[in-house]
Each structure stands twice: as structure tokens, then as C-alpha cells.
Ligand binder design. Sequence first.
Ligand SMILES: [Zn+2]
Length: 219
Amino acid sequence: MVQSGFGTDETESKPAPDTEAFIDALVKAGANSFCQWAWKGAKRVWNEDFGAPGYRPTPQNEKRKKAFKEIIKMAHNKGIKWVIVYAIWNNFPDWPGLEKFWQEQSLYPLISNFGGYIYCPKKPFADWYIATLRKTIEELDIDGVYLDSSPDPRICTNLHHGCGYIDENGNLHGTYPVFATREFHKRIYFLFHGEVKKGGLIYAHNSHFPFMKVMMTSQ
Ligand SMILES: [Zn+2]
């Protein structure tokens, strides 16, 4: 069976016809979890905004949401314990409600990334992310998230975040928001371990910093 993940049918509003067979094959193969990646395309069930923790409010996304919820319920009923989603990286200048505020959420200097900008883990972004992810959990019943190297603190120079500093010669320097990154990830963890869900699954993938050692020896 060739299938890159869960999708919708031709009407783009219901699970694809082979969804049940796909889940059955996963269970038969011994899988107990499944990660829905982010991708673009008409038949996707997850969002079209790369790395967003929820759905942009559109009529089509209401249909996708309904289809994905149905798929997750089916997967749970058949023995898949964790259905998780790819959900980290960007904030979006044209996200409804964020148009005037997105600049407060981005790393500085700005890093453009798949239709958005890479986030700074300080409060403005973290609060929006946690609230949006919480809504997704409540609406879809997802069991976790795939975090793509997000525990890696990245340098930021935005003084309004509390990042960066100006030296004695008046030059701006960046700092690494290590503790904000830690607090942000603790909040994500808690959503799936007590606050909304219990016993969730958070896969904190990484490929380019010292956590690699932890991942390699714990897999
Ligand atoms: Zn910052």
C-alpha cells in the first residue's frame, strides 16, 4: 500500500476510501502510533500552514478538521494509541488575528520559512502556540506532537522580547533564549501530560545539536 499519510476523499471533506485499510495495515504491522506530517495539497487532512499547531479558520479547514477527527477516532478504536501531528516552526503574518502582532513573535533577524517566519520562544509566540495547540487537542483528540528540532535555542536580537543586548560601543548582539525554550517546551509537555490529555506522546526530533546523543541512545 502506498500512502504518505491520512487524506480526504475526492470531495475533500471525508476520509479517503482506503483510510480504514491503511489503519488496519498499521495495526497488523504492530504500530501503536502514527504521525501526520504537514504537507500541501488538496486532499490533506492536517493544516496547510507549515508547522502551525492548528487550523487557519477557513470553510475548507472545517471540513478537513471533521475528516481528521473521524480518522483519529477510527485509529483509536482500532488500537492506535497515539496519533500525533507535525506542529512547530513558524508564525504567520497573515494568520487571522495576528496581522498586527506577528513581528513580536519572530526571531530577529527575521528568518523566512515556508510562508511564515521562525518563532522566538518568548511569551508572545509561546502563548499563541499553546492556546492554538490546546484548541486542536480539544477539537481533534490528537495525542501528541512531532517537534522538529524546536528544543534547539536560536540566537535572537529582539530587545522587546528580552533577547539580545547592546554593548558599550552601541552594537546590538543576540542571545540564546535557553530558558524561554525550556519553559515553552514544558508547557507543550504539560498539555499532553495532565492538563488536557494524559500519557501523550511528544517526539522532539533533532538532528544538529547535542541532544543527538540523547536521541541515539534512547531510541
Ligand atoms: Zn527573541
